[in-house]
Design a protein around this ligand. Sequence first.
Ligand SMILES: Nc1ncnc2c1ncn2[C@@H]1O[C@H](COP(=O)(O)OP(=O)(O)OP(=O)(O)O)[C@@H](O)[C@H]1O
Ligand SMILES: [Mg+2]
Length: 582
Amino acid sequence: MAEFIRRVLYYYRPYRGAVIAGLVFVVLANVFKSLSPWVLRLAVNSIESGLERAELWHWAGLIVGVAALAGLFTLLMRKKVISVSRHIEYDIRQRLLRHLLALDPSFYDRSRIGDLMTRSTLDIEQVRMVIGPALMYTVNTIFGFLFAMVLMFTISVPLTLIVILIGPIVAGLVFLVGRRVHRASTESQEAFSDLSAFVQENVSGIRVVKAFLQHEHQQREFAGRSGTLLKKKMKLVLFQGTFMPLIMLLFGTAVSAIMLVGGYYIIEGTLRVGDYVAFTGYLMMLTWPMVSIGWVVSLAQRGRASLERINDLLDRGPGLPDPDPPSDPPPRGNGTVRFDSVTFTYPQATAPALNSVSFELKPGATLGIVGRVGSGKSTIASLITRMYDVSNGRLRFDGVDVRAWSLAGLRGRIAVVPQDPLLFSTSIRDNIRLGGEFSEDEVARAVEISRLVQDIDSFPDGLDTEVGERGITLSGGQKQRVAIARAVIRDSELILFDDALSAVDASTEEKILDNLNRHLEDRTAIIITHRTTSVHEADEILVIDDGAIVECGRHGELIKRGGVYADLFRRQKMARELEEAA
Ligand SMILES: Nc1ncnc2c1ncn2[C@@H]1O[C@H](COP(=O)(O)OP(=O)(O)OP(=O)(O)O)[C@@H](O)[C@H]1O
Ligand SMILES: [Mg+2]
């Protein structure tokens, strides 16, 4: 709990002034709210003692004035406190997103998107409810209660004692029902989470659902989960529904008891009618603070759980910190890469994905990496861009250990065409630029190199064509070529192609490689591929198997050697010839 308060205070800090002003308004609102029955008391008492008609107007005006001031301060308190909570909500959301974007890939290997979405939306909202409304109602309850009790005691001690008698019953009820409401609302929140995760998965996997004729089965499944949610919500309705009537009944009892006892006092002449009216007014004023206690407690509990879930993310430091102090990126180099006995094991894996890999990529050279599926090719690419850190050995970029580079400095000099290129749901042009400032000519050139021109001419809006979520409206080959354009438009020292041509046909591949060769003349490049044709021209080819380099050399040398590469080349050539013959 102390930890929770410390964390919450931290968020209030920038808004100290506004929070204090808001709380002052809460107190003022309560002052005027409790003044209202008091004025009524004086008015009724003076009516009883006989007063001029004109004086009646005077009292009426006063009552309106007090009510107006109470209203004004209630408005101001809401405006201040709730707007602070909205600002803090904004701050937390910014902080969380910045943090999520900074977390390294190994974090995402272990996380579920649905869960992260819930934390950055619903959980933040729950925390806001504590920071704003719960705080406001707590202070409101305390002062409302305090003022009402003091004034009631001033009017009549015995009547107040009667009210205090029913206090514990109300408190007990609030506690019991409140706990049930809390449990039921937690359960329905969970059922809701489960349901939305199910919907998200089915909608994003709609193609699989349809192809495997699963929609009826999924619909039944959905009906089941939806029914569970309904049941939990009904339970909530029942508890919440009984709560208010019970409170009302209790207060009704109190009002009638006060009427009985107060009536005697009036008959006896020890209590005036005005006193009695005001007393009942204060009793009514107590209802809301009593009811809101239960609500505030449940808000606080939920908010605490949510804040823990958010902090759980925020406390996770980026796995790959920038060096301290971050060294200035070396002056423009030439994109050389050097692996010295690099061994790497994925955080969750038991066996290493790379085993003592050493090679050197000279300035301006092109390196081909060939190997079977799962042999460790993409892993090499991930290490160079420092998505992960090597477990053993040393990896240098431009002669400097990658861990000494600032992440931004390092990644700013490397362009990557990833194995599964992800496009964003925006235009092709924006996908190519991806936040960079590039002229029309530069975009045109990139599109030319990646041989995307014909495709773009056939699209309805050319470069402005929107590509749908994850680029779903493009073919696999088109997506790959947009990704290539995205990489070549950047003036990087090193370009990394991870299986970037797997989805284009042989003749397109040849043409793109031709263009690339010209583009890559003074740049360093790594071409990862399954196809030997992609690396014919490479200055050096590494053949990877099971995380280790098994052969290396130029195309001609490797063919002469008659090893794994030659075998792969022969088989792929045969397959091509068969295809052409068919
Ligand atoms: N994020 C990860 N966490 C744990 N293990 C991983 C992860 N990514 C890859 N691996 C494992 O590491 C090994 C090498 O994977 P890698 O992706 O480098 O292969 P690849 O040569 O690029 O294969 P492909 O040709 O199919 O793309 C594989 O056994 C794979 O299962
Ligand atoms: Mg791969």
